[in-house]
Design a protein around this ligand. Structure first.
Ligand SMILES: [Zn+2]
Length: 308
């Protein structure tokens, strides 16, 4: 028989083991619960995330519904946009991987009609660049406008026959302007003037933005009827493409047109552009106050569309 002190110590040791095991089990159970809770919480959080993300570029499909352009060209969106077929009679869409070939049905129809008319007159295909994203909205790169499904860029490059898939994805550019001047360069052809005139004569077109040198060229040419020149607006850049902007469709009550263009052909405005191009750049002596970033408030309907 063992002495009492040894028996007591053995009992203590055995109790300690039991206590250790119990506390170990409790820890394991607690850890399991913690892991389960964490997995459950993550799963719930994932389910509650919006399916679209937070950017207009995340939408891969138009919002179904009666077509409606909403808001302004530079702060808007679109319901019921249509994709332009990537190739049709007289045109091909370039850089389609960007998913910017959606627009109001009026815009899709305008492009199809313009391409047919141009093909009949000129025999060439048009290269159609950016329209809008599937639900319009603000771009992460590139354009300020093109947001309400009513703008399209059409390249000046044409006449090289049908482009291959690889060429369409990264097409060669054709700049028709001599930089820093009001003159077009040797790449300019009369077919470019035809393309702009045909577009400007369409009643649904509100404005066409081109480089001032192109507007100057059009003003230099003689036309039987030059009233369409009013819609051709000189703007920075735009020497690789013309930017066509349609009027708000009458039925789209939330669509905001731009202000009315002043009467006349606008050819007399080119002196101002000449000044801009030739005036020596002013040197800033005092550091400028950093401009406050302008935060545009979305149209309420666009806000709703973005949250869907
Ligand atoms: Zn544009």
């Amino acid at each position: 028989m063992q002495p009492k002190s040894i028996q007591k110590s053995a009992m203590q040791t055995s109790f300690m083991h039991i206590n250790d095991k119990q506390s170990m089990n409790a820890w394991i159970v607690a850890a399991c619960w913690l892991v389960c809770w964490f997995v459950f919480a993550m799963f719930t959080a994932l389910l509650s995330l919006p399916a679209h993300g937070t950017s207009w570029a995340d939408f891969t499909q138009p919002l179904a519904g009666k077509p409606a352009a909403i808001g302004s060209y530079a702060n808007g969106c679109i319901i019921g946009a249509q994709p332009l077929a990537l190739a049709g009679e007289g045109y091909q869409v370039i850089r389609s991987q960007r998913q910017r070939y959606y627009g109001h049905p009026n815009l899709v129809n305008f492009i199809e009609q313009l391409a047919k008319a141009f093909k009949q007159q000129n025999g060439n295909d048009l290269l159609i660049a950016d329209m809008s994203m599937p639900r319009g909205g603000r771009f992460q790169s590139g354009h300020r406008s093109h947001q309400s499904g009513l703008d399209v860029d059409i390249w000046f490059r044409h006449g090289q026959g049908e482009l291959t898939v690889a060429e369409l994805e990264s097409p060669l550019k054709q700049d028709v302007v001599t930089k820093g001047t009001l003159s077009v360069n040797q790449q300019w052809q009369t077919s470019h003037a035809t393309m702009i005139r045909l577009a400007a004569e369409a009643p649904e077109v509100a404005r066409i933005f081109v480089n001032p040198a192109i507007k100057q060229q059009l003003c230099n040419m003689s036309w039987q009827d030059d009233t369409w020149l009013q819609k051709v607006r000189p703007w920075w850049g735009h020497s690789l493409h013309m930017h066509v902007r349609l009027c708000c469709p009458d039925s789209d009550t939330e669509c905001q047109n731009q202000s009315v263009i002043p009467a006349g052909t606008g050819c007399d405005e080119l002196a101002w552009w000449q000044q801009q191009l030739t005036a020596p750049k002013q040197v800033e002596n005092s550091p400028k106050k950093p401009a406050k970033p302008k935060i545009k408030v979305l149209h309420p309907q666009c806000e709703q569309i973005l949250q869907r």
